[in-house]
Ligand binder design. Structure first.
Ligand SMILES: NC(=O)c1ccc[n+]([C@@H]2O[C@H](COP(=O)([O-])OP(=O)(O)OC[C@H]3O[C@@H](n4cnc5c(N)ncnc54)[C@H](O)[C@@H]3O)[C@@H](O)[C@H]2O)c1
Length: 263
């Protein structure tokens, strides 16, 4: 069954990684897609990959930076002008920042992480929610992280921003469930995307593969996750079937966040 048939699904950070994988899965499930990213080249690559596999899919691409409020307002307006509604919103764009101890963390990088990961998610909610409320229907999926439910060494701003995403998800659930809108967050562990490849390079510049192996070893599954595995969960959360699951931050991490000590 095509669970997103005729649904308009808006995805930020659609140029690669988790956004790209969700766009692919949503296309397979019959969605019409609005793809937002500030990397125009990556956005066009996503579009051509999608059209290659799903020639029938309707796609609107919009270049926008989610940390700029006026660009968020504009991507929502353009979506409504083209499709008239937003059924599902995958509020996904985010950055990791740099890895550094608290006292050495570059304050400008700290502010940038907060601008994109926290305010970018908030602006998205602020401009999308009124359109969902008007239709008395909507599905929101915000992207937190295991860093939104646990601390992560040397990544304080990332952890702060992702805890905030989890908090905003809860508030949206409380304030908008009466309007037929559910709001959930996902908390991925280490999933093999360009972002995580970059993190392994920071952790071990001489041998990023060794850092990857070490991460995999610490996971109960003894491997990292794949973007497609996350996309399946996201597309359920974006579907009509997700009608009474609300305000949750769902870890997608092979079970790792349940552990205390070695596995
Ligand atoms: N990959 C993981 O293991 C992992 C784990 C936990 C959480 N996450 C979260 O998942 C989300 C996606 O991560 P990913 O691994 O796919 O990253 P990625 O770097 O592979 O892809 C992110 C995409 O978002 C875009 N983007 C970044 N900042 C943007 C902005 N300000 N405006 C518009 N587009 C922007 C990038 O151009 C890129 O196309 C992020 O919020 C990240 O924090 C990822």
């Amino acid at each position: 069954m095509k669970t997103l048939e005729k649904n308009v699904i808006l995805i930020t950070g659609a140029g690669m990684g988790l956004g790209l994988a969700t766009a692919m899965e949503a296309a397979a499930l019959g969605a019409k897609l609005v793809l937002v990213d500030y990397n125009e080249e990556a956005l066009q690559k996503t579009k051509s990959d999608l059209l290659n596999d799903y020639p029938e899919v309707e796609i609107l691409t919009i270049k926008a930076d989610v940390s700029k409020e006026e660009e968020v307002e504009a991507y929502v307006t353009e979506t409504i002008e083209k499709f008239g509604q937003i059924d599902g919103f995958y509020n996904n764009a985010g950055i990791e920042g740099k890895q550094a101890p608290i006292t050495e963390y570059d304050v400008d990088v700290f502010k940038k992480v907060i601008d994109i990961n926290l305010l970018g998610v908030y602006y998205g909610l602020r401009y999308v929610l009124p359109h969902m409320q008007e239709k008395n229907y909507g599905r929101i999926v915000n992207v937190a992280s295991v860093g939104g439910i646990r601390g992560v060494m040397n990544q304080m701003p990332y952890v702060a921003s992702k805890h905030a995403v989890s908090g905003m998800t809860k508030n949206t659930a409380l304030e908008y469930a009466r309007h037929g809108i559910t709001s959930n967050a996902i908390a991925p562990g280490a999933i093999l995307t360009p972002m995580v490849a970059g993190a392994f390079k920071q952790i071990n510049p001489d041998d990023p593969k060794a850092a990857e192996k070490e991460y995999a070893q610490a996971n109960p599954t003894k491997r990292l996750g794949l973007p497609e595995e996350v996309a399946k969960v996201v597309c359920f959360l974006l579907s009509k079937d997700c009608s009474y699951l609300n305000g949750q931050t769902i870890a997608i991490d092979g079970g790792q966040s349940n552990s205390y000590g070695n596995v």
